[in-house]
Design a protein around this ligand. Structure first.
Ligand code: MG
Length: 170
């Protein structure tokens, strides 16, 4: 199995992530996917739950960055009230957009933790950049059309990872 498809950790959802453990492991940057990680793909506005989660991270001293393959309008409208930086059309699993951002902001990849619901985009990009990752379950059963094929592969690889006992609970 391709090593780049193996997440560092798994967790049910980003909402259940043990924040004390994130801190203890030395991460300072939480780089999270948007659709089906923080919210459903068709939720236009950030709910109170999303706002509370982001505030919790920020109040605990983390830098939160939202990384999405979605369009600028969708991402910027959603993230605006959250007051955190974001990158749109990241083209995950391609690495150049995030790499550029990390370089420009002098961010040490060892202090980053990428969180996402898709092996084929979030986890593959994280591994290509040598960044630790947490694979979460998707929040809703709703996908955008563009996600249908990666989701099919995602299910296949999740089964394989589970069978080979390669998934490590955060
Ligand atoms: Mg996603």
């Amino acid at each position: 199995m391709n090593k780049n498809l193996i997440p560092t950790f798994t967790c049910s959802t980003i909402y259940n992530l043990d924040i004390d453990k994130v801190k203890k492991l030395g991460y300072q940057y939480i780089l999270t996917d948007l659709d089906n990680t923080l919210t459903g793909p068709y939720e236009k506005n950030a709910s109170q739950d999303v706002k509370d989660l982001i505030s919790k991270f920020v109040n605990n001293g983390f830098n939160v960055i939202i990384l999405s393959n979605n369009r600028q309008k969708r991402v910027s409208n959603f993230v605006k009230p959250l007051n955190v930086p974001f990158l749109y059309q990241v083209k995950k699993p391609k690495t150049h957009k995030l790499q550029k951002y990390l370089n420009e902001n002098n961010i040490d990849t060892k202090k980053c933790l990428i969180i996402g619901d898709q092996i084929m985009t979030d986890i593959l990009m994280a591994n290509r950049l040598n960044i630790d990752s947490v694979l979460v379950n998707r929040l809703t059963k709703i996908d955008q059309v563009i996600t249908i094929i990666p989701r099919f592969l995602d299910r296949y690889f999740r089964r394989k990872l589970k069978k080979k006992k390669l998934l490590k609970e955060f």
